[in-house]
Design a protein around this ligand. Structure first.
Ligand SMILES: Cc1ncc(COP(=O)(O)O)c(C=O)c1O
Length: 450
């Protein structure tokens, strides 16, 4: 067999997983059972090594098992593992909350509420917005992904499969299109006026603005395929919200903690959201999420109605404090900008060689590469995308895709130049070999992607 050695050891675990785990908890990629991870490198239980261009879905921004994170966790474990902050105080919990109010956009008083997963904090943000404004409606975006709890899935516009047979969803959620300069319905000159115009039309026809609690959006749409909105669109959206007393909720779960070259992606667009939701990378892999909101928003919600027994766990909190310090002190945002530029430049150069690369976009180390059947029609090439990722795995690179046809480049922010070059060589070879028909259709039974 071409590629990594896979023995019965791996097959047994995968069979067991299929026997005992719910299918709904997994997005199928390749037969890789993780055994060890350090920096940007993962080893499977067979001893095969891979460069990680996924970083556990943009969770491991500081690199796998950063020694400072490991130390902080070990020290905390020796003290105590958990006591619920819903009943008692602990220092890591309060220290982290203070730090988060300092590093999030906006020079105003803020309050923090922790959760366990991004989804749980999206639900909390919706509750906070409704409670503060006393309005029911939420506006969200088509193709957005906000999570899988009932509130988060209700405001997600990602795909039909996610919502099928789960209804009724949370009522009073309304979807508008996200400004997409590559696949959207407006050309570049009309992009801002077109998308803003369609939102304004809703506000004068079917959606009374005084009934809208919040607009929830991703500052860069992640799972939709890394869609970067024009800065003027974001400013105008923000202005319209302010005009009507509608809160702006920025879902920074994927874009936060240095991923795009800034601590939060809202900074690229000069936006200070009323409510910011974070998760994923905050604690370098320990479970933690949360909401940072303007003080008055949380103060209007004066009842214990958003707490979870193991949220704000002290091990997760010390890991998060260390994560924030590492991102700043070790120059990870600057590294994301430099490595991201190198990767985007390499992909752009490949566009001359391969017609299947339709578009390259992103910021920092959140990059999407659209794989198409034809650069003029922009028809998605879902099978080719899956085969390229499979070939990359065979050659020692973890590369995933989203929205069916967009290669997802999201390595740890510690990626060094040698790793970036090696990974791009693998991608170039994999695209070439896929184009040459060297990857069998059989692999499509295994790799389904997101
Ligand atoms: C933008 C965004 N929002 C929300 C979520 C949900 O986070 P979680 O899976 O931690 O619930 C994700 C996760 O992928 C995400 O990317």
């Amino acid at each position: 067999m071409y590629g990594p050695i896979i023995t019965q050891k791996t097959k047994n675990i995968i069979e067991k997983e299929r026997k005992y785990l719910s299918y709904t908890t997994r997005v199928p990629y390749y037969p890789l059972v993780v055994d060890y991870a350090k920096g940007c490198i993962i080893k499977d239980i067979e001893g095969n090594e891979f460069i990680d261009f996924l970083s556990s879905a943009a969770v491991i921004n500081t690199g796998h098992n950063h020694p400072r994170i490991v130390n902080a966790i070990k020290k905390q474990i020796d003290k105590f593992i958990h006591y619920t902050p819903a009943y008692m105080y602990h220092k890591p919990h309060t220290d982290l909350a203070e730090k988060l109010t300092e590093i999030t956009p906006g020079n105003f008083d803020k309050r923090v509420a922790f959760g366990l997963s991004g989804s749980s904090s999206v639900d909390g943000a919706i509750k906070a917005a409704r409670c503060f404004t006393k309005r029911p409606k939420i506006v969200s975006f088509l193709r957005s992904y906000h999570g899988t709890t009932m509130g988060a899935i209700s405001v997600s516009g990602y795909n039909i499969g996610m919502k099928k047979n789960l209804g009724p969803m949370m009522p009073d959620v309304h979807f508008i299109p996200y400004p997409d300069s590559y696949r959207g319905q407006y050309n570049n000159e009309d992009l801002i006026s077109g998308y803003i115009g369609s939102f304004k039309e809703l506000l004068t026809t079917i959606l009374p603005p005084e009934e809208i609690a919040a607009v929830i959006y991703e500052p860069i749409q992640g799972d939709a395929g890394v869609i970067v909105p024009p800065i003027e669109y974001c400013k105008e959206l923000n202005r319209i919200c302010k005009e009507h007393g509608i809160l702006l909720i920025a879902d920074e779960i994927q874009t936060g903690f240095g991923r795009t070259g800034r601590m939060f992606a809202s900074e690229h667009f000069d936006i200070e959201p009323d409510i910011l939701v974070f998760g994923k990378a905050v604690a370098s892999g320990m479970p933690l999420s949360g909401i940072v909101a303007k003080k008055e928003i949380f103060e209007s919600w004066n009842a214990p109605a958003h707490f979870f027994n193991t949220a704000g766990n002290p091990i997760s909190c010390v890991s998060a404090i260390e994560t924030i310090d590492i991102i700043k002190e070790e120059g990870l945002m600057e590294n994301a900008v430099q490595r991201g530029k190198y990767i985007q430049d390499r992909f752009r150069a490949l566009m001359d060689k391969f017609d299947c690369i339709g578009d390259v976009r992103g910021k920092g180390l959140l990059i999407g590469v659209d794989i198409v059947k034809d650069p003029i029609t922009k028809e998605r090439d879902i099978n080719k995308t899956a085969k390229i990722c499979w070939r990359c795995w065979e050659k020692g690179l973890i590369l995933a895709f989203f929205s069916g046809s967009v290669l997802r480049v999201a390595p740890p922010l510690t990626l060094n130049q040698g790793e970036a070059e090696r990974a791009m060589d693998i991608i170039e070879e994999s695209i070439y070999e896929t184009e040459q028909g060297m990857v069998s259709d059989e692999v499509l039974k295994e790799i389904k992607g997101w």
